[in-house]
Design a binder for this molecule. Structure first.
Ligand code: DSN
Length: 489
């Protein structure tokens, strides 16, 4: 297998020697204080280099992004917003936050960007509260005579609390591929709202827009959440916005999984959520390939409320991570990122084709994004057994529910696979066909076993020699597509 010249390296090959010197020096410093942490850090890189990482929500950030996080910005408190902080001395944090927000606005064509959220769930909580504040609290305060909040009586507060706490949210169900934070009952989003889910067509596995519209008309939600973490297809956000407009709902899109495909212009027009959603949330570390963190993009009518995310919802911003977001967003604005994003989608197609030609079952029969959802019941396995057997063979995946999953959310019947990480290493379509072959090899050689104790849905036996054979085959692929080429510790 040869590495593809377009995307054969994670960004950073051109400064690998300098980055190596920086990491060697950093590890030496860490070693002098707590050698076990230095050792674990070295081991983590070795493990990541030596495994086929197919977790759809993971990637490899560039050394520039990673190095940016190791700075004194970590030491600064900066609650508030750019130019309006609750602490003195935030002039450099203002620079960092302004640059990150500017890159985000330019990259996504968004009128407003808020780069403080620490994670995807934080970004979604900021969005929920911003929508509640804009749609419920502000009009209610006007009804109460536009009093300053300090002048509200206890009865006014009670009335406001009742209204804020009695709103409805419609989101994609977890087993159809939605996310925990889209109204799943054990999550705060499923408790703070009256919640209803939409699913996918039971025959095709595709999103059924008529069913979403029907649910919206019946339920009349304040918020419709679109977006997914395990749905292998594109979404028409123009249609979702029409549905939201018809029922007077705010359309919130969580693009955490596919932000890289939006940034890389693979999803354009009706498939680009940013112009259609009132509020768009994302993480920055998945297909977008930045540091761990979150972000909110908003139309102007929601921006004031989003801007109050800290201290409304968030603690002090992580300024070192905001700096790294700026660096990653600058990388994503380069033409090379568009080539990368196209390759992520092409590779997912190749992975899906590789399974289909080997008679494996895929939810929706394929993919047109970065996710492939493999239904492992035809191998006689649960998702849990498949995940563990694959890990034994050095293939890192995660088990995932399939629609109407007979094995529930813990054992599951599926394996979710994603292409962003290995595409960063330089894997191309031929490599992903080989990955499909290796996965089918492992699953075909895995036998469920009845446990003498404990849950049998987790027990399995991998045929002798399988793990060794797959490790050797994976090593060839991994060596041809090295992680952080030129980076030596
Ligand atoms: N944990 C992320 C994922 O794996 O999709 C979502 O939060």
């Amino acid at each position: 297998m040869t590495a593809d010249p377009v995307t054969s390296h994670a960004p950073g090959a051109e400064y690998a020697e300098t980055a190596s010197a920086a990491y060697r020096a950093a590890l030496q410093v860490i070693e002098s204080v707590e050698p076990r942490i230095a050792a674990a850090t070295r081991k983590e890189l070795a493990d990541q280099r030596d495994s086929l990482k197919l977790i759809a929500s993971e990637n490899y950030a560039s050394p520039a992004v990673l190095l940016t996080m190791g700075s004194w910005f970590s030491d600064k408190y900066a609650e508030g917003t750019i130019g309006h902080r609750f602490y003195a001395g935030c002039q450099n944090v203002d620079t960092v936050e302004s640059l990150a927000a500017e890159h985000a606005r330019e990259l996504f064509g968004a009128p407003y960007a808020y780069v403080q959220p620490h994670s995807g769930i934080d970004a979604n909580l900021v969005a929920f509260w911003a929508i509640l504040a804009t749609r419920v609290e502000a009009p209610e305060l006007a009804n109460l005579g536009a009093k300053h909040v300090n002048d509200l009586s206890e009865a006014d507060w009670e009335s406001l609390r009742n209204k804020l706490g009695n709103q409805r949210l419609l989101g994609m169900s977890l087993d159809a591929g939605g996310h925990l934070t889209h109204g799943f009952r054990p999550n705060i989003s499923g408790k703070m709202f009256h919640q209803r889910s939409y699913g996918t067509d039971p025959n095709t596995g595709f999103l059924d827009y008529d069913a979403v519209a029907k649910a919206a008309r019946e339920f009349k939600p304040l918020i419709i959440v679109a977006g997914y973490s395990a749905y292998p297809r594109r979404v028409n956000f123009a249609t979702m916005r029409e549905i939201a407009d018809e029922v007077g709902a705010t359309l919130m899109v969580d693009m955490a999984h596919f932000a890289g495909l939006v940034a890389g212009k693979v999803f354009t027009g009706d498939e680009d959520p940013v112009p259609h959603a009132h509020v768009t949330t994302t993480t920055t570390h998945k297909s977008l390939r930045g540091p761990r963190g979150g972000m909110v993009l908003a139309q102007p009518e929601y921006s004031d409320a989003v801007d109050k995310g800290c201290p409304m919802v968030l603690g002090g911003p992580l300024s070192h991570v905001m700096a790294a977001k700026a660096v990653a967003l600058a990388e994503a604005r380069q033409p090379a990122f568009q080539a990368y994003a196209r390759r992520v989608a092409d590779n997912a197609q190749a992975l899906a084709d590789g399974f289909l030609k080997r008679d494996a079952n895929l939810v929706t029969g394929g993919t047109d994004n970065h996710i492939v959802l493999l239904d492992v019941t035809s191998f006689g396995l649960t998702g849990r057994q498949a995940e563990s057997a694959l890990l034994d063979a050095g293939i890192v995946t995660n088990r995932n529910s399939v629609p109407s999953d007979p094995n529930g959310a813990w054992y599951t019947s599926g394996i979710r696979l994603g292409t962003p990480a290995l595409t960063t290493r330089g894997f191309g379509p031929d490599d992903f066909d080989r990955v499909a072959e290796l996965i089918v090899d492992v699953l075909s050689n895995t036998t469920p076993t009845q446990a003498s104790s404990g849950p049998s849905k987790a027990k399995y036996t991998l045929a002798a020699g399988t793990a060794e054979r797959i490790h050797a085959a994976s090593a060839e692929l991994l060596e041809a597509n090295p992680l952080y080429p030129g980076l030596t510790l």
